[in-house]
Design a binder for this molecule. Structure first.
Ligand code: TRP
Ligand code: ZN
Length: 879
């Protein structure tokens, strides 16, 4: 375990490496209890850094057995060995270095480096895990050619994998066998992978546009091969898509994926050998929900797209992380939009940004898309790097246009293939393609915080002139008290009162269209539209054209026109959300003043209007009908009022359930057709709509409706419908709830991925005794501290998705979370650090809660031997 250390790493201190490692020859004698690694490095001095004399290698939790330079053993006088570094002073210009280390994979509970997941030995090297395998300059700008020999017991580990191509193999006398893999591409150490185990394999193939056949292999626990069909199909779709959209093909003869049960994140893009959290591979209708299928498609594509954006062109240093992650998320989003429904995909992506990234941007961990400093890099795999990074790329595509953006991508690949580069290199490629100066745009990478965009309008009917006045304000963030204005692309259309789009003529532009991009560059700026012959309603920030908070004083009438007529599906959804957010906040105010709660008739009527428009994408319709969640509402409040949000949200839902009961029942019956499960946009839409109808019906649950819900739970042939019913039942204290939860456990107790859902549903329940239940769940025989999916399904879900119980005013929810973080930090600091997040969000809570949350942050802070991971988050958050 890492000792607590406040060491901060700064981007401004970046220096090229003093030595380059051209080749690395690994010889790994695998054993779960004691693995020995012999690493032979072909090293030469970096000609650009002649003044640096010593070779610095990182190492973590390793025992050094032997070290030889050009075949001669070194003595301790020749090097310095500390906890985390091996330094060789005055190394020659060019030499060979052999290092033998040993360590125990079984004792490695961090799931970082080489570790055991069940009986499978596997690696996770991003960001700094390779140093737990051997001493190495473990930084992404050192790119080497890897040859890996693995020796292991043949019975226990029949399958032995590493990056690239299998070039040789053989048997040894003592029941052992060996294989030799060679990766023909240079790569940084974080992309190294090794897997050993008794694995089944699901195979398929893909023929590239150039006519080459690529073997696709998904390795899983024996018996699970049948559950890889969807993952393989998604992989083929992603491969084809990247050829068509970005002209990028695959570059090895084999693409391997291994699914493991114990994994800190979603998946990892190791060259030619992805390693996945099994959750994002295994699916069949009985065990996976529609949402699981969507995630599998997205994560498979994401890791595949990394082969170009991340592997072929990699990051110079970890401050450039968004270079690969923001860009790859953007590519993933575009792919998913093309595969499923573009309008639905956009809404889901923006909701995630708003619910997770906006709060980060206003909290103590706020950082720019390209951070200036960090203590523990694992803490910077954030929604800001990923999701906001993707939005920044999207703005470039919006402003330059798809074709120019594509040319910029081509230039980026042509210039930097095979190299470790920076975000600056990417922006320069876009400048080269477009001929534009993107100096101001670069502020999106260097300034943290979510800009607020205040818009007002003026219509001069005498002169048919319409003026929009835009003002941008970006609140201060840690280390950044004042900000320069951003370049914000604001896509706009104008609609008349009948909902007809008006032709636009911005002053200075000749072409007429119904949509334009206002490129805002100043703090305050006006945009004029001429020949506007009737009073306009502005549709602003269409398709969410920039990651900002838009504030425009819409009237309810304006919003109803946009809800009915806006041609931008995102803004049509947004209009409904705005109406509902405002209404609920207003009811919260009225309730506080003691007025009787009453849902206005105009609102129920408008809501019912949406309910009846069935000739559209039903998944989109389901999103229109979903009320803003507690979290959405909390986002809209300066000071979050947990109980009033919960109460009024429940009231509105119940009213809509009661007043529109017949309509909900009609929808439910229409789409509850018991057709066999299929995963496609139409079937998903029908299920979403049916299940949202069910959730409204269950908001006012009569005996008859609870029975209906239980029937769906029992009779459904697929996990989507079964789980949707169980979620509804879990929120109601009734005999059907107990019956369903017990049945679910009995059926799925030996299916870990499904059992996670059983744990999560209970941790998410709004019933008042939930904390007690959660405390029981972490002592359940099937609870497992080593498995991050299981830990997250109980502790993570409770702290992140159960506001009413987590934020209990007695502080018990906070104390519980702190206890678990302290416990887990000894086993898995990466996962422990991620669990801290709910406690860091104290700023927007009432003073009582602020005090209780900070008290727990201080308690964690004062725990001895805290990991760097948890230390960084709590120390930055408790001030
Ligand atoms: N590069 C991975 C991705 O985005 C992220 C990842 C997987 C990761 N495992 C990790 C990051 C462990 C940090 C630590 O696809
Ligand atoms: Zn990624």
């Amino acid at each position: 375990m890492e000792a607590k250390s406040p060491n901060t790493i700064y981007l401004k201190d970046y220096k090229e490496p003093a030595f380059l490692v051209n080749t690395i020859d690994l010889n790994v004698a695998l054993d779960a209890d004691l693995t020995k690694v012999k690493s032979t490095l072909g090293i030469m001095r970096n000609p650009k850094m002649p003044e640096q004399k010593s070779l610095v290698l990182q190492g973590d939790a390793l025992t050094l057995n032997e070290i030889q330079l050009n075949g001669t053993p070194l003595t301790p006088a020749d090097y310095t060995l500390s906890n985390n570094e091996l330094i060789i002073k005055d190394a020659p210009e060019e030499f060979s270095l052999m290092i033998e280390t040993q360590f125990s994979p079984r004792e490695n509970t961090t799931l970082n480096g080489l570790y055991l997941s069940g009986d499978i030995l596997c690696t996770q090297c991003e960001a700094e895990g390779f140093r737990r395998i051997t001493y190495f300059p473990d930084r992404p700008d050192v790119m080497s050619l890897y040859t890996t020999t693995i020796i292991a017991d043949k019975q226990k580990y029949p399958v032995l994998l590493s990056n690239g191509n299998l070039i040789d193999s053989g048997l040894l006398g003592d029941g052992k066998h060996w294989v030799k893999w060679q990766d023909p591409y240079r790569k940084p150490s974080y992309l190294f992978a090794l897997v050993a185990g008794n694995l089944g394999c699901a195979e398929d193939s893909f023929v590239t546009r150039s006519g080459r056949s690529v073997a696709l292999k998904v390795y899983v626990e024996p018996g699970n091969e049948v559950n890889c069909t969807y993952a393989l199909q998604s992989l083929k779709n992603a491969m084809r898509w990247d050829e068509l959209r970005f002209g990028r093909g695959y570059d090895l003869d084999t693409y391997m994926i291994v699914a493991v049960s114990d994994f800190n994140m979603g998946a990892m893009e190791n060259k030619g050998l992805n390693i996945f959290n099994a959750k994002y591979i295994l699916a069949n209708p009985a065990i996976a929900t529609d949402q699981d299928y969507e995630f599998i498609e997205a994560v498979i594509a994401h890791e595949y797209f990394h082969n170009w954006t991340g592997n072929r062109v990699t990051c110079r240093d970890w401050f450039q992380l968004s270079l690969k992650e923001g860009l790859t998320i953007f590519r993933e989003h575009e792919f998913c939009a093309d595969q499923q429904s573009r309008e639905v995909e956009r809404i889901k992506n923006v909701r995630k940004l708003r619910l997770e990234q906006f709060p980060q941007d206003e909290g103590p961990m706020a950082h720019p898309v390209r951070p200036d400093s960090y203590i523990e890099i694992n803490n910077f795999y954030t929604v800001t790097i990923y999701e906001k990074g993707a939005e920044v790329i999207r703005m470039l595509q919006t402003m330059l246009g798809r074709d120019t953006f594509r040319q910029g991508m081509d230039i980026y690949f042509a210039r930097h293939d095979g190299h470790a580069v920076t975000i600056e290199d990417f922006v320069q490629a876009m400048e080269a393609a477009s001929g534009r100066d993107l100096t101001q745009f670069r502020r999106w990478y260097t300034q943290a915080g979510t800009p607020e965009l205040y818009v007002t309008s003026n219509y001069d009917s005498a002169n048919c002139r319409y003026t929009l006045r835009l003002e941008q304000v970006c609140p201060p963030t840690p280390m950044q008290t004042s900000k320069e204005p951003f370049l914000i692309p604001v896509t706009v259309s104008l609609f008349d009162l009948m909902g007809q789009p008006l032709p636009l003529q911005m002053s200075g532009s000749l072409n007429e269209a119904t949509e334009q991009i206002m490129e805002m560059t100043q703090s305050v700026q006006e945009f004029q539209f001429n020949n506007i012959t009737s009073y306009p309603i502005p549709s602003l920030l269409r398709d969410f054209s920039a990651p900002v908070k838009l504030r425009y004083p819409y009237t309810t009438q304006d919003l109803l026109v946009l809800m009915r007529h806006d041609t931008d599906s995102f803004n049509r959804w947004e209009a409904v959300q705005t109406i509902e957010n405002r209404l609920i906040l207003q009811l919260i105010d009225e309730d506080k003043s003691g007025a009787a709660l009453c849902l206005p008739v105009w609102f129920t009527d408008a809501f019912a209007e949406n309910l009846s428009v069935r000739n559209q994408n039903l998944q989109y319709l389901a999103l229109l009908l979903a009320l803003p969640s507690d979290k959405d509402l909390a986002n809209e409040m300066t000071i979050i009022l947990v109980e009033p949000i919960f109460k009024i949200h429940k009231f509105v839902k119940r009213e809509l359930a009661t007043q529109l009961k017949d309509q909900w029942m009609a929808i439910y019956k229409e789409y509850n057709d018991n057709k066999p499960y299929q995963f496609n946009a139409i079937a998903v839409g029908q299920r979403s709509l049916k299940n949202i109808a069910l959730s409204y019906l269950m908001a006012n649950p009569t005996d008859e409706i609870r029975q209906l819900c239980l029937r769906q739970f029992v009779n459904a042939d697929n996990m989507t419908d079964s789980l949707a019913a169980l979620v509804c039942l879990s929120q109601v204290d009734c005999p059907e709830r107990v019956e369903a939860l017990n049945k679910f456990y009995d059926k799925w107790q030996n299916e870990p991925l499904v059992l996670d859902k059983w744990f999560a549903i209970q941790a998410q329940s709004h019933l008042p005794n939930t904390l007690e239940v959660v405390k029981q769940l972490i002592t359940h025989p099937k609870f497992n501290w080593i498995n991050p999916n299981r830990v997250r399904s109980v502790i993570g879900v409770f702290a992140m998705l159960n506001d009413i119980n987590f934020h209990a005013l007695n502080g018990d929810g906070y104390a519980f979370l702190a206890d678990q973080i302290i416990h887990l930090d000894n086993l898995n600091p990466q996962v422990a650090a991620r669990l801290c997040e709910p406690l860091t969000r104290w700023r927007r809570h009432i003073p009582e809660r602020q005090a209780l949350m900070k008290k727990q942050l201080f308690r964690i802070m004062s725990t001895p031997n805290l990991s760097r991971d948890v230390y960084e988050i709590v120390s930055k958050s408790s001030g």
